[in-house]
Design a protein around this ligand. Sequence first.
Ligand code: ADP
Length: 697
Amino acid sequence: MRTAPTARARSHRAVGIYLGAVVLPTLALLYLGYESVHQQGLALEEKTRHNERLMAERLAADAERRVRELARECFRDPALIDVLATLDEPGRPDADRRIRAVLEGISKRHPLAAAWFVAQGDSVRFPLLESPPHRTMASYLDGETLGERPELLKLLQGAELGDMPGGRPDEARALYRRVLAKARSLPLRALALARLARIAGNTGDAGESARLYGRLFTDYPDEYDPYHRPYALVAALELQQLDAPSRANLSGARPNGESLRQQMASGRWEITPDVAEWFAGELKPVATGPERARLLTPFQRHFKVAEVFAKKLLGHGALRPDLVYPLQVEAIGQEHQLLYSVAPEDARTSSPVIVVALDVDLDWVKATLLPDVARELKVAEPIITPVEPPRPGQPPTAGSSGPAFRTMFQFWQVDPPPTNGAAERNDMMRRRWVFGGATSLVLGLLVMGVVLLARDVSRERRVNQFKADLVAGVSHELKTPLTIIRLYAETLGGSLSLTDDERREYSDIITRESDRLTALIDRVLNFSRLEQSGRTYALVPGDLGATVKLAVDVYGTALHRRGFDLTFEPGDDVAALRFDADAVVEAVINLLDNAAKYSAESRWIGVRLARRASQVVVEVEDRGPGVEPKDRDRIFQEYYRANGSAGGNGSVGGHGLGLYLVQHIMTGHGGSVEVDSEVGRGSTFRLVFPCAEGVGP
Ligand code: ADP
């Protein structure tokens, strides 16, 4: 047997359907949406990273190509080719100086090169890694004419003999003077002058010695003594050791230790770092540690790099003439990028082959070349950071965050600028926000739906319960009068010995109970009419006072019988109104019925009519327990009963429909129903009628 579902089961089913048909699919869709947005985000992120990586790689590759091209241009510089071609030519002892001068000139034209190196075979020619061997006297004649050489050699040898310890200084001095007068080449003149200065010093003529060293310092600063020490430095040291009065007659520039150290560091003389270090320590004022390091470290670095370069060439096979080879060198805590190549064809007059190298100016590459390349590629400038050294125990990660260069600058990694891909990221961010917002909105609506549905369902359940109670209650109330009617009707019909008075009394009872029955049925019918199609009222002009009095009279009898004292004040100047007399009687009786029901011990009820501005009010007052403030608005709702009310109406019958009907009636009259109540003191219910236009007072 199939049973109809109960109200509770029905409401559960409604909630279930809502959850199953709306909430679950929506949640599933939201989840799918979230997944899709998330995946899109990941893909976009990946793509952006990939693009950035590609861009950085391209940039690095382009930069490397540019550096190579620039290096090739440097190596083909005509001035370089020229100086390399004459590197080994006899009679050019100042070759090293010339090389330096030329290379410095080239560096000005090519900002790529910060320093230069020239190697021949396996050994580095420039810079000078080792001081050349002690110079022979004969070699000092190289700069003289062939005709003069024999005589100058004789003079020189004689002078040198006389200058030996225990020799004849006067003779030596005379011979050196003759050499000085006769010689043309600067090295020989400088040598003679230096010897004269030394002899003067040795023979105690300090003033003359100072004068001669002063001349040596000003006239031959860039010539070297036989031990390859520049005369500027030698003379400066000698002068430093002479006493002040002897130096007094110095003409020309006075040596200054600080300036000389700076000139050494900037490479004025072709000396090795050892020699430079020694002079730097001797020349006054003596340079302190950090000051000396600041000056000499870059100078020393050049040599250090040259040494590594030389080692590299040692193991090198044949170099291809048209190739530029990269070489990375670490020297005194700094990375260097060298590029080297065989000297161009024109310069290779000699064997072994000449190799030229340049030390790339890394600052220039960072500050100028890379931004240039980036501009050409129309991308933002990359960020160059040193490659992190691999941590011990971990495999080296080449450019963990960005790609490194391929063949050069291995110590750098190229990171795309953070602004790259920002637009995409913003876009993704916006999409996420939009999705998040939409999701919250949908979830909010779903929750609201659930709440509203639950409220509706519970209200529906309550109403259903009330309806069931109503049916049960009304049936019960119907039973009492019916039983009485049947009882008295049977008595009347069955007993012949009744007096006339008794007959009248029984018939009155039957009539009264039938009236009650009729009233009860009317009320239920009225209500169901209200529920189904709405009730209409026939508003006609009439005497409200008389109608209210009729209701008071009709109901008053019953109330009197129950011991109530009912007072009625008709009011003086009550305007004529349009109203539905039956409905008004029903409303007043409802209020009187309530007043009696909720009077507790009190037995007084007052009814009065009054004029209030453009309204007429009918008040029904009782002195019962009153209505709690929280219930005052709700007692007019259908099925609402103030169970916890001051009246504690649990014991009195009712269905929560009376005031609902009254309110309906008053709304139908364009008026309203109000309540004033004080808990424990009583309540006044007020029917408010608007004065109708066109109906005179
Ligand atoms: P019923 O009287 O059948 O419960 P009504 O709609 O007439 O239904 O009244 C609704 C509720 O209002 C009552 O349950 C009662 O608690 C409260 N009420 C109505 N009239 C009064 C009154 N005169 N004094 C106190 N409470 C009242």
